[in-house]
Design a protein around this ligand. Structure first.
Ligand SMILES: [Zn+2]
Length: 329
């Protein structure tokens, strides 16, 4: 547990370290950013650092406070999580009771509100009171993916940090060091994750990669005018409406890359894997821009049809026919 494990947020990390080393801890913080970008890890490290008694490196990982923090057993580091869909007013009332007394063992009590935007209106109002009348040495860290659902009055009392996606180099380095996957899979996870490390790990952990290979086969057969083969791959692989919708998303993504290649003329910016790039380049010359838009519209319409429970296979078949038509025009 160290600030070094927070990747790709140098400015933010430096501010948090400065706060600790200069003893300038604010009463409340907001850690805002997409799911999987390290907000919770950062909150845990910051909370440990605040109460670490080592002078040199905070958190040191060795002092009693750090050791307890590492296993989430520090009585002065409290996590509040939604129960069901919300953080309820009862939870905030209980919290107010706890924060009205001194920390048990440490200089500060750190309260980490996970999914802080899930505080309902009443809970936010109650929480605001604790911010308005800070008692004792309490530090609040509100973790949120959606800053805007917090009341303005809460936001204005917090120091806010925005977590960003990390660069490709940082992510590649991290994934190669920590995961045992082929370079191709790692590249793929990077492309799909928009710099969000948690998302990349999720992709590496699940079967999405496999289904994407099926998608690739499907579209490449289709483009080679093998509609029957494409339909049989579809039948084998795509069983549910959810899977069909996912495939339609992939198709939209694929055609957007065609548009991108048509407008910039180079493949560096394409958000697809190497072998898909080849397809995109090869077929983008054979289709007019207005037809790409037409297909994307048609796929979107197909999505709507599926929402109305119209047969996914029929919808898909008419999309396939339209794609074949424009490429073989
Ligand atoms: Zn320590």
């Amino acid at each position: 547990m160290s600030f070094n494990s927070i990747l790709g947020q140098p400015v933010l990390v430096q501010s948090l370290k400065n706060a600790i080393y200069n003893s300038m801890i604010s009463n409340a913080y907001i850690f805002n950013g997409a799911k999987g970008c390290g907000k919770k890890t950062a909150a845990k490290i910051f909370a440990a650092g605040i109460n670490c008694i080592n002078d040199k490196e905070k958190p040191c990982g060795f002092c009693a406070s750090c050791r307890k923090a590492a296993i989430n057993a520090n009585p002065d580091i409290i996590y509040i999580r939604p129960i069901g869909n919300n953080i309820k007013i009862e939870q905030i009332r209980e919290l107010i009771g706890i924060t009205s007394i001194k920390p048990y063992e440490n200089l500060y009590r750190v309260v980490i509100l996970e999914n802080g935007d899930k505080m309902n209106h009443a809970a936010q109002d109650a929480f605001l009171k604790t911010l308005e009348e800070p008692e004792g040495n309490n530090v609040f860290i509100i973790i949120t993916e959606n800053y805007n659902s917090l009341h303005q009055t809460i936001i204005s009392r917090c120091q806010a940090f925005n977590f960003k996606g990390v660069s490709k180099d940082i992510m590649r380095d991290y994934l190669i060091k920590n995961f045992n996957h082929s370079p191709e899979k790692i590249e793929f996870a990077m492309e799909k994750s928009n710099g969000i490390i948690g998302r990349a790990i999720e992709i590496l952990d699940n079967e999405e990669i496999i289904s994407d290979d099926i998608y690739y086969n499907l579209i490449s057969e289709l483009l080679q005018n093998k509609r029957v083969i494409a339909l049989s791959i579809y039948d084998d692989a795509i069983k549910t409406k959810e899977e069909a919708l996912k495939f339609l998303d992939y198709l939209i993504h694929w055609f957007r890359n065609i548009l991108l290649f048509k407008s910039v003329g180079e493949d560096k910016l394409l958000l697809v894997r190497e072998k898909e790039k080849k397809l995109v380049k090869e077929y983008s010359i054979r289709i007019k821009e207005k037809n790409v838009y037409m297909i994307i519209d048609m796929i979107k319409q197909g999505r709507r049809f599926m929402d109305f429970n119209i047969s996914t296979k029929n919808t898909m078949d008419s999309i396939f026919l339209k794609i074949l038509e424009v490429f073989n025009d």
